[in-house]
Design a protein around this ligand. Structure first.
Ligand code: C5P
Length: 415
């Protein structure tokens, strides 16, 4: 466990967590999730669908949570104890793990034909879904449509995972439920404004760079800077001391963040290196221009009116993040972003090694709904040992997810 992760182990005393378990093989992992919440001091109650009881016994979960397990909407005894509406009100967090394709479909349809779907409709608590299913089921457009429509209807809903890896059915791909410790750590940030990054110095680059052609013209790109600014905001809220090195963007500086405005890749590199004395985490969200004009003209270039071509010689810019990651004062963590239009996971893995970074946050910028300029993002978090998807979600939620991943990264697994 690294210095960052030990700071995220906080007490959940006085917090009430309702764990919903549906009928998938990953249900056996929920026992560990319940144990983690209980151990952290939370009061835990478990609700199981009938199918879930085929995979793991209510007795196990009763023993681990220290509370009777609720299973039926129509159980008189249970209703006399803590009725379904009371249970819905009681929870600070409702986490459904695993959430099967069937459960997601029923929830999306607004069904209330069992206790767990009823609770999801009735609660005002944060709801988290941890999907787990066969890859084909996960990738099926019907499942994706159900999830997208659920997220549109419930913007506060969080979807954690699934991860990619070996599945119970023998397939390999997306659909594995996240590990209980990941679900636990990610849930922490929802229940308390965590100070998990207290005393951490985080440097974030954001936005595009502008490479001068002459005093009035430049080369640049469409980066809005929103993802980097969201990260700066979330990191500051988590107690970090944040320096945001921003290219030319039209965004307000998040509260508590120190902002350094830059124009070109060279400026950005200089400011980044100047921070390395006291930088624990470096996150490069900036869309740094790969090339700059080899020679910026001192005076405005004039056309000759004869239709003569103007040739610009471009020179490669320094790779800021690779320079930081190879620097003798390398921060403990260096995280790169990768905007791709195809083979996202593949390119992200290659970038991990090529740039010598600890994680790559990759997204598909060929999609209109996410990425450049959009308010939503869907990302792949790729480390040497892990590939996890998150979203679509607001860039602030994506930022919180990334910071949580960061605090739970284990140096022994991910170095
Ligand atoms: O190589 P590519 O541009 O795809 O890599 C993207 C990642 O590298 C981002 O984290 C970006 O901020 C960083 N980068 C950089 N300097 C460059 C180019 C990219 O820091 N010149």
């Amino acid at each position: 466990m690294n210095a960052l992760s030990s700071q995220s182990q906080q007490s959940l005393k006085n917090k009430r967590v309702l764990v919903g378990i549906t009928g998938g093989i990953a249900a056996y992992k929920s026992a560990e999730l319940v144990r983690l919440f209980s151990k952290a001091g939370a009061e835990v109650r478990v609700v199981m669908t009938p199918a879930a009881t085929e995979f793991i016994t209510p007795l196990t979960l009763q023993a681990l949570s220290g509370n009777p397990v609720s299973q039926s909407l129509l159980d008189e005894n249970a209703e006399m104890g803590m009725g379904h509406i009371e249970l819905a009100r009681w929870a600070d967090l409702l986490i459904v793990a695993p959430a099967t394709a069937d459960f997601i479909a029923r929830m999306n349809a607004g069904m209330a034909n069992d206790l767990l779907t009823t609770l999801c409709l009735a609660t005002t608590a944060n709801i988290v879904l941890a999907p787990a299913m066969n890859e084909k089921m996960w990738l099926n457009p019907v499942t994706q449509k159900n999830l997208a429509s659920l997220q549109e209807a419930l913007p506060e809903l969080q979807v954690f995972g699934p991860a990619s890896g070996e599945q119970a059915c023998g397939d390999v791909g997306f659909g594995r439920m996240l590990e209980p410790n990941q679900l636990f750590e990610m849930s922490l940030s929802l229940m308390q404004p965590s100070q998990s990054l207290l005393n951490q110095n985080i440097v974030i680059t954001a936005g595009p760079t502008r490479e001068a052609i002459d005093p009035v013209r430049y080369l640049s790109n469409h980066s809005s800077g929103k993802m980097g600014f969201a990260l700066a905001e979330a990191a500051a809220q988590s107690g970090a001391s944040v320096t945001l090195i921003a290219g030319p963007v039209n965004l307000p500086t998040p509260a508590g963040v120190q902002r350094i405005n830059v124009t070109s890749a060279d400026d950005m590199l200089r400011e980044a290196l100047a921070q390395l004395d006291s930088c624990d985490v470096f996150i490069g969200t900036a869309a740094v221009a790969d090339y700059r004009p080899a020679q910026a003209a001192n005076q405005k270039l004039k056309k000759d009116g004869q239709g003569t071509d103007l040739n610009l010689t471009l020179q490669e810019n320094p790779d800021i993040i690779a320079t930081v990651a190879q620097h003798p004062q390398r921060p403990e963590r260096v995280i790169a972003f990768a905007a791709e239009t195809q083979n996202v996971a593949d390119y992200a893995h290659k970038k991990l090694t090529k740039k010598n970074v600890d994680a790559v946050v990759a997204n598909d910028v060929s999609r209109q709904d996410i990425g450049f300029g959009a308010d939503q993002n869907e990302i792949l978090w790729v480390t040497a040992s892990q590939t996890v998807t998150f979203g679509p979600a607001s860039k602030l939620d994506v930022a919180r997810f990334i910071l949580n991943q960061l605090t739970t990264m284990d140096t022994t697994n991910d170095a």
